[in-house]
Design a protein around this ligand. Structure first.
Ligand code: HEC
Length: 416
C-alpha cells in the first residue's frame, strides 16, 4: 500500500514538474534558423508579433500586465535569459506546438513566418541596429541569403490548407493531433425582394445544420462523424493523404483520398400499394436504401504564401433513387469541384468553391470569409446557393439560381 502511495505521489510530483518546465525535444533544438537576419525579416516579424502576440506577451515581450495577472502560467517573458538561452530551434518548436493558453501556430503561420518571429524575439532582448544587422547577415553562409522564400532547402512538407474544410468541401489537410468540433449552419433563402427584410436575410426561415467531430487516427489518416438536420443523416468520413507537397517542389502537389458514407434516419415516405422498382419488382424498403456514398480524389497545391487551390474528382451515389421521369432523378453524380483559398491577412481568408457536375440543375457554389481564424478555431461567414451541406445531398438537389436569392450561413470549428 505504502509503495503504491509513493509511486502515485512520485508520479504526481513528476507530473507537476513536467508542467512547469516546458522543454523542447532534442531534435527540435538542433533545427537551425534558415532565414538570414535582415531589416526586412525584422519588419515582417514585428508585424506578425504586433497582430498575434502582443495581446499576451506585451509590446516589449515582457508580458502584457493584465495577462500576467490573469493567465496561469503567465505568458513567458520573451526577453528573459530563461527564454533567450534556448536555441532558435527550441523557440521555433514552442511557437509551432504551443501549450495551454499559448496556441499552436503551425497551422496558422508558415515555417518562414515562425522563423521570422524567432529573429524578432532575439531582437526584443537585444535590439539590433542597422550596422550589426548588416554584420549579422554577413555571418550567414551565402547560399542562405539567396532565394530565402524557399525556407526549406530540404524536402520538408507543407500544409496546403490550414484546416480540414473549406466551406462544404473537404481539403487535403489532416490535423495530426487533437480533435475538433464543428458546426455548419445554413439559414433559409434570402430572396431579393421585400421578404429579404421580413425574413431577416433568411435567418427566420428553417435552416439546415450539421454538427461534426473530427479526429486524427494516424499520421495523414483522419476521420469525422457528422449529423445533419435535413434528412437526419449520420455520416462517417475518412481521409487519407497519399502525398504531401514539399517546400522545394520536389513533390509539387498534395494528393488525398476521401470516402464518406451517410445514412438517413428519416422515416421513408409511404409508398402506394402496388409500388414497384423501376424494373417492375414489388417495392420494399430495406436498410441499404438509407445509404449514400461520397468518394473523392483530391489534388491540391499551395501556389504562394497566400493562395492555395484544390481540385477533386468526385462521385456520389445512392442506393435508392426516386423513380421520377421529369426531370429524371439520378442514382449518381460525377463532379469536378474546385476550391480556392486566398489569405487576405494573418487572421482572415476568402474561400471559394464551385462544383461543376453532370446533374442538369445543380451547380453548387459557395463563398466564405474566414475571420479571426487562429490555430485553435475558425469562424467563417458563408454564402451559398444551396442549404445542403454534405455532398450526398448537395449534389443531388437542384441548387437555387442566382436571381432567386442566396443562402447565408456560417461554419464554426473549435479544436481541442
Ligand atoms: C493567449 C495568450 C498568448 C498569445 C496570444 C501568445 N502567447 Fe506565447 N505564451 C503564452 C503563455 C501563457 C506561455 C507560457 C506557456 C507555458 O509555459 O505553458 C507562452 C509561452 C511562449 C513561448 C515559450 C517561452 C518559454 O518558456 O520557453 C514563446 C517562445 C512564445 N510564447 C511566443 C509567442 C509568439 C511568437 C506568439 C505570437 C505568434 C505568442 N507567443 C502568442 C501566451 C500567449
Amino acid at each position: 500500500m505504502n509503495r503504491l502511495f509513493v509511486f502515485f505521489f512520485g508520479f504526481f510530483i513528476s507530473g507537476m514538474w513536467a508542467q512547469n518546465t516546458w522543454k523542447a525535444p532534442e531534435e527540435a533544438k538542433r533545427l537551425k534558423n534558415p532565414l538570414a537576419f535582415s531589416e526586412e525579416v525584422l519588419k515582417k516579424g514585428e508585424k506578425i508579433f504586433q497582430s498575434l502576440c502582443v495581446s499576451c506577451h506585451g509590446q516589449d515581450g515582457k508580458g502584457d500586465p493584465n495577462m500576467l495577472k490573469t493567465l496561469n502560467p503567465p505568458p513567458a517573458d520573451l526577453t528573459s535569459s530563461q527564454v533567450q538561452q534556448q536555441p532558435d530551434g527550441a523557440i521555433f518548436w514552442k511557437i509551432s506546438e504551443g501549450r495551454g493558453m499559448m496556441a499552436s501556430y503551425k497551422n496558422m503561420l508558415s515555417e518562414e513566418e515562425r522563423w521570422t518571429l524567432v529573429h524578432y524575439i532575439r531582437h526584443l532582448a537585444q535590439p539590433k541596429n542597422k550596422d550589426n544587422i548588416a554584420a549579422l547577415a554577413e555571418q550567414k553562409p551565402a547560399e542562405e541569403l539567396i532565394g530565402n522564400n524557399n525556407v526549406s532547402k530540404d524536402h520538408s512538407k507543407i500544409n496546403v490548407f490550414p484546416f480540414t474544410q473549406l466551406v462544404n468541401m473537404k481539403t487535403t489537410h489532416t490535423r495530426d493531433k487533437g480533435f475538433g468540433f464543428g458546426i455548419q449552419h445554413r439559414f433559409g433563402l434570402a430572396t431579393f425582394d421585400e421578404s429579404i427584410w421580413r425574413n431577416f436575410l433568411g435567418l427566420d426561415l428553417a435552416s439546415n445544420v450539421r454538427f461534426y467531430f473530427e479526429f486524427p487516427v494516424m499520421k495523414r489518416f483522419w476521420m469525422e462523424i457528422g449529423r445533419t438536420r435535413y434528412g437526419k443523416f449520420y455520416d462517417l468520413g475518412v481521409k487519407y493523404i497519399v502525398l504531401k507537397q514539399t517546400a522545394d517542389n520536389h513533390v509539387p502537389v498534395t494528393l488525398g483520398l476521401y470516402e464518406n458514407i451517410a445514412m438517413t434516419t428519416e422515416r421513408p415516405p409511404a409508398t402506394s400499394p402496388g409500388a414497384t422498382f423501376a424494373d417492375g419488382r414489388p417495392f420494399q424498403y430495406t436498410f441499404v436504401h438509407r445509404l449514400y456514398y461520397d468518394t473523392q480524389l483530391m489534388i491540391s497545391r499551395k501556389f504562394s504564401k497566400r493562395f492555395s487551390a484544390q481540385m477533386n474528382v468526385q462521385l456520389v451515389w445512392r442506393n435508392l433513387t426516386p423513380y421520377v421521369l421529369h426531370p429524371p432523378e439520378r442514382a449518381f453524380v460525377i463532379a469536378l469541384p474546385i476550391g480556392l483559398r486566398y489569405k487576405t491577412g494573418l487572421r482572415s481568408a476568402l474561400t471559394l468553391e464551385v462544383m461543376p457536375n453532370n446533374h442538369p440543375k445543380n451547380i453548387p457554389f459557395a463563398l466564405g470569409y474566414e475571420i479571426a481564424s487562429s490555430g485553435n478555431h475558425v469562424f467563417q461567414i458563408t454564402m451559398t446557393n444551396s442549404q445542403e451541406i454534405i455532398s450526398q445531398t448537395l449534389l443531388f438537389k437542384p441548387t437555387y439560381i442566382p436571381h432567386n436569392g442566396i443562402i447565408i450561413g456560417f461554419n464554426l470549428v473549435r479544436y481541442f
